[in-house]
Design a binder for this molecule. Structure first.
Ligand SMILES: [Zn+2]
Ligand SMILES: [Zn+2]
Length: 238
């Protein structure tokens, strides 16, 4: 098994862990989730802007357009085609989200997790250290991602089995992303730029709004800690 697939498998495991956290309900874990969201947002932002973007531009001068395309693709699937979606634990009551809303949210997030896999494979395609950085960025938001989907499925009346099935599916799509990047030439060529746009969206438009909603000082500061640890992690990997 190659490195990208192995790391994607670990990331998929974190999706499942996030789902288990929610389905076995533990309100004490809520602040930990919030801190993880803030920290993950900062780390992802740094990886997208300081590691993925420069490499994508190096490979192809027109990569900036592809980055924008990746960003807009997530906006389309998570907010234009999906009636109700936000990252983090679902706290709205059932009246607001019906079963199909839960399924639509799952659909949007499946595209995103596919690109989590594309990002890992593309990172390792450039170098071990870029692959390692991208993996960390993906791994850090995988637990909140599992929480998001599992809690949306529960809140929309899709049941515990639906919730756990969904987080498993998130993991499967991450692995698919890795495998298809190895097979499909155009994905290999544009994968890094596309997934840089996706990563930017997840960090700045999915995770940061959750941090803003929280309004607590430790959670707000965790974003900076996430950014700072980017340099620490990079120094360790180089
Ligand atoms: Zn909601
Ligand atoms: Zn993800």
């Amino acid at each position: 098994m190659n490195a990208a697939l192995l790391y994607a498998l670990i990331a998929a495991g974190a999706n499942l862990a996030g789902g288990l956290v929610i389905t076995t309900a533990n309100p004490g874990g809520r602040i930990t989730q919030r801190l993880l969201i803030g920290f993950g947002a900062g780390f992802m932002l740094a990886v997208a802007l300081l590691a993925m973007l420069p490499h994508a531009m190096e490979q192809d001068a027109s990569a900036a357009v592809t980055v924008l395309l990746g960003y807009l693709l997530v906006h389309l699937t998570q907010h234009v085609l999906t009636p109700h979606f936000h990252f983090g634990e679902e706290t709205h009551h059932d009246a607001m989200i019906g079963r199909w809303v839960g399924l639509a949210a799952l659909g949007g997030l499946l595209l995103h997790t596919f690109f989590d896999g594309v990002a890992i494979a593309s990172g390792f395609g450039v170098s071990q250290s870029l692959g390692g950085l991208v993996f960390m960025a993906i791994f850090l938001h995988k637990i909140p991602e599992g929480v998001t989907v599992a809690s949306i499925m529960l809140a929309s009346g899709n049941g515990r089995r639906g919730a756990l099935g969904s987080v498993l599916l998130l993991g499967v799509f991450t692995l698919l992303g890795v495998m298809l990047t190895a097979q499909v030439a155009s994905l290999r060529h544009h994968g890094l730029a596309l997934s840089a746009g996706v990563t930017l969206y997840v960090a700045a438009s999915n995770l940061i709004p959750e941090v803003q909603r929280e309004g607590s000082w430790p959670v707000a500061t965790s974003v900076f800690l996430g950014v700072l640890s980017f340099w620490g992690t990079r120094a360790l990997l180089l």
